[in-house]
Ligand binder design. Structure first.
Ligand SMILES: Nc1ncnc2c1ncn2[C@@H]1O[C@H](COP(=O)(O)OP(=O)(O)OP(=O)(O)O)[C@@H](O)[C@H]1O
Ligand SMILES: [Mg+2]
Length: 264
């Protein structure tokens, strides 16, 4: 992927099996979000292919892309900027239902309410606007919106990194439940190895736009062969980078108990 001559991602070869989960990790600026944006075709790679069920979507014209856009949904890092502030949560979740052709306002409202319930939000949430929710709750709305498209692939770009540790754990629990209960395929972008350890089977490690290491997440993290992976692992163990979490818990994959009753 080139940005006006600057090559942000080069020769990266990723694949994830249907229903599987892949982590894409690496330091800041290594090209993770560029890959995510290519996957959802927010941007178009300058070369290479993106195959979904055997169809190359990298070069598809906008009109032919419509079904792809539904199948591949993204959860963004910023829980504040990624939701339309003027719409209620119910409308935000109902919109993709309308795009999918779900007929009848009452039916869309019913389904939106079920999706908000699915992600752990109270029924009253449907009437409220994004500013009335906490960061973790907004991520839940974003997840409900993504699910409303009935996707096959969910791309999470640092979906929990803006959240407090305890809230992060709750959102991770939700993502894990979705992995368990749906056939969804996950691409999880993160710099926190404690996070990817909990929700991915496979991992690729990037450095300056190239893959430097890949394999099964548990094996790569147990015995990293590349310096970048070792650095990320050391950072995951550094108490200052995992506020409030016991240093060892990050690698053991343990999830701290939620700090209190309802999700914040
Ligand atoms: N629109 C753009 N124009 C020019 N350069 C860009 C653009 N978007 C990204 N880049 C550059 O491409 C490289 C990869 O950026 P990218 O956002 O993919 O990194 P990242 O791995 O997601 O980083 P972070 O962990 O900080 O989110 C960086 O060097 C960045 O400066
Ligand atoms: Mg990024």
């Amino acid at each position: 992927m080139d940005f006006a001559g600057f090559r942000a991602v080069d020769g990266v070869d990723l694949s994830v099996a249907r229903g599987g989960s892949l982590a894409v990790v690496g330091g800041s600026g290594c090209g993770k979000s560029t890959i995510a944006r290519c996957l959802v075709r927010l941007i178009r790679p300058t070369a290479g292919s993106i195959e979904l069920d055997g169809l190359d979507v990298a070069t598809l014209p906008e009109r032919a892309l419509r079904p792809h856009r539904r199948k591949v949904q993204m959860i963004f890092q910023d829980p504040y900027g990624s939701l339309d502030p003027h719409l209620t949560a119910g409308r935000i979740v109902a919109e993709p239902l309308a795009l999918r052709g779900v007929r009848g306002r009452a039916e869309r409202e019913r389904r939106a309410a079920a999706l908000l319930d699915r992600v752990g939000l109270p029924a009253a949430a449907a009437q409220r606007r994004p500013s009335e929710f906490s960061g973790g709750q907004r991520q839940r709305i974003g997840i409900a919106r993504a699910l409303a498209s009935d996707p096959e692939l969910l791309v999470c770009d640092e979906a929990t990194s803006a959240l407090d540790v305890s809230v992060q754990a709750q959102v991770l629990d939700l993502l894990r439940e979705l992995q368990r209960d749906t056939g969804l395929t996950f691409v999880v972008i993160a710099h926190n190895l404690g996070v990817v350890r909990q929700i991915t089977e496979h991992i690729v490690v990037l450095d300056q736009g190239r893959v430097v290491e890949s394999g099964r997440t548990a094996e790569v993290l147990a015995a990293p062969s590349h310096e970048v992976t070792r650095r990320l692992r050391a950072a995951a163990l550094d108490p200052s980078t995992i506020r409030g979490r016991k240093p060892r818990a990050a690698l053991a994959g343990a999830v701290p108990a939620p700090s209190g009753g309802s999700p914040r």
